[in-house]
Write a protein that binds this ligand. Structure first.
Ligand SMILES: [Zn+2]
Ligand SMILES: [Zn+2]
Length: 141
């Protein structure tokens, strides 16, 4: 199921819209997300993300296949996507209204620092599980 959503960064300089699958939000505990500020929470887009205020957007290629989009003014993380745009995820905290979001899975649980745990009952995927999931897509994350 897809809902159309809009969102923006903390300072408002970058806005976006897309259709997203709000039923399956995931947390990513991977080392890269940790280094970028901490566990990330996001939902998958089912239509291309349309961005306004693009002159304020910065793109950081964090791996051979992935890139992270953030506001160059306030630093908010907005989007993680495959460099070929085949998969795009938006950060749940930047969505304007998000009452329908459901927490469904946690990725890279083997990278998760020991000092926190989420209490929600979700699917728990290790880095090996994630690699297997994305192998078909030629990714691997
Ligand atoms: Zn901003
Ligand atoms: Zn991550």
């Amino acid at each position: 199921m897809a809902d159309s959503v809009t969102g923006n960064c903390l300072c408002g300089a970058v806005q976006y819209s897309c259709d997203a699958d709000l039923e399956h939000a995931h947390a990513c505990h991977c080392h890269m997300c940790q280094r970028a500020g901490g566990v990330s929470l996001s939902v998958k887009c089912v239509s291309p993300v349309k961005i306004t205020g693009e002159e304020n957007l910065r793109v950081y290629k964090s791996s051979e296949w992935g890139e992270r989009l953030f506001c160059g003014n306030c630093g908010s993380s907005l989007v993680w996507r495959m460099q070929d745009y085949s998969l795009e995820f938006i950060s749940t905290g930047t969505i304007n209204t998000n009452p329908a979001i459901k927490f469904a899975s946690q990725l890279f649980v083997d990278h998760k620092p020991a000092f926190y745990n989420f209490v929600e009952d979700t699917e728990m995927l290790t880095s090996a599980d994630v690699a297997a999931l994305y192998e078909d897509a030629g990714a691997g994350k």
